[in-house]
Ligand binder design. Structure first.
Ligand code: SF4
Length: 388
């Protein structure tokens, strides 16, 4: 190298920041206070050079909810605290609206130093620049170490950078906004390790060709929940509702309109209160669903509810509905200790006759309990399948 002798002269490539890795700066077996202090000396990427200081997460170490932003802004950089600028005001209002006490959250960013460019606008102004994937990856060891110590129940990713920091570069706000996803716990030693969706093996799988004369579906209990499955379920539910199925939505509905209901079921599933049964065709398309919802009441834990029983309208009359009901009964038996399945349906649609053909008995009926329209009231019919 001209003008230098190897090993004698320090070049830019010798600087720690040229390696884009905060890992060597993250202390092992440190608590949050020690992490915060150590982050102040991080040189894991070049962002520290222009920024005022590291902005590390404050908040309750026992917080069940972590709010994860992108990076500090101008005011955060000056004050050394996250979400104290304009974005902080929006976040505070959103927490208030959601009924979440900010004091019981932990707030942090995917990238700990402020990235900006200077612009001549009424004097010199520091304008936010989004961190690159390389900078975000360099900073991830800090986030991983924080999450390992906090072990929160919920991490709210506030934007694309936060989502990518947790799920990788394939994360898209447009596809995954508002959805509840599962994550592997970060490594406890603070080693750089991205969070990944949790996807256990299916607990139940059977081919449906033993039921009826229809096409064969593969039924899976608790399939890994990813974007294709969520989108497939939303499409199925919207198709069923728009084809006139009495499934709780008033047509016309869009996939976006049913997504909120699906989210509630997925939250219950994530909390262990529900199990998802999905029937897919040979192409892997979602053609049937049912949620098996476990009872929380201590006197009713010996039976479960069956919700969102849906079969694609294109498969009606081909035995797929019976396949789904048989798979649901088999799944419930497989859970153990359950004496029955309960479901409700709308009277006057013929649904009770279908369920009766699947072995269910009508055990209750509330006249006119369902108001489809001002001049259209239907009975709410309760059906019961004994499992023993
Ligand atoms: S942005 Fe992160 S990795 Fe880069 S210097 Fe700051 S703390 Fe270290």
């Amino acid at each position: 190298m001209p003008g230098t002798r190897r090993g004698m002269t320090r070049t830019e490539s010798d600087e720690p920041e040229s390696r884009y890795d905060a890992g060597p700066f993250v202390p092992r077996r440190a608590d949050l206070a020690a992490l915060r202090e150590a982050a102040g000396g991080c040189r894991g990427c070049p962002l520290h050079r222009e920024a005022t200081q590291t902005v590390f997460g404050p908040g309750d170490a026992d917080a069940r909810v972590v709010l994860l932003g992108e990076q500090p802004g101008d005011q955060e950089d000056r004050r050394g605290e996250p979400f104290v600028g304009p974005a902080g005001k929006v976040l505070t209002a959103a927490l208030e609206e959601a009924g979440i006490d900010p004091g019981q959250t932990y707030v942090t960013n995917a990238v700990k130093h402020f990235k900006f460019e200077l612009r001549e606008e009424r004097g010199k102004r520091r304008i936010h620049k989004p961190p690159s994937l390389r900078e975000m990856t360099a900073c991830r060891p800090w986030l991983t170490a924080e999450l390992a110590l906090l072990d929160p129940q919920v991490i709210v990713a506030l934007g694309a950078t936060a989502g990518k920091a947790l799920l990788g570069s394939s994360f898209r706000v447009t596809r995954q906004r508002g959805l509840l996803l599962s994550y592997a716990a970060p490594a406890a030693d603070g080693a750089a390790e991205p969070a990944r969706p949790r996807s256990g093996p299916p607990l139940f799988r059977r081919s449906g060709n033993g039921y009826g004369s229809g096409m064969s579906l593969t039924f899976t209990l608790d399939p890994p929940v990813g974007a294709p499955l969520r989108d497939g379920i939303c499409s199925l539910w919207a198709d069923v509702a728009n084809a006139g199925g009495a499934v709780g939505f008033v047509p016309p509905v869009t996939t976006a309109a049913v997504r909120g209901d699906l989210l509630k079921h997925l939250v219950a599933m994530d909390e262990g209160r529900a199990r998802l049964l999905v029937g897919t065709d040979a192409a892997g398309e979602v053609r049937a669903t049912a949620f098996l919802v476990l009872n929380e009441h201590r006197l009713m834990r010996h039976w479960l509810w069956l919700h969102t029983v849906m079969v694609h309208p294109g498969l009606q009359g081909r035995g797929v509905g019976r396949e789904l009901m048989a798979a649901a009964a088999e799944s419930a038996r497989g859970l153990g200790g359950l004496g029955g399945i309960r479901l409700t349906c709308r009277g006057g649609t013929g649904a009770e006759h279908f369920y009766a053909a699947c072995g269910y008995k009508e055990v209750g009926r509330v006249p006119d309990a369902i108001k489809v329209a001002d001049d259209d009231h239907r009975d709410d019919v309760t059906m019961w399948l004994p499992l023993v």
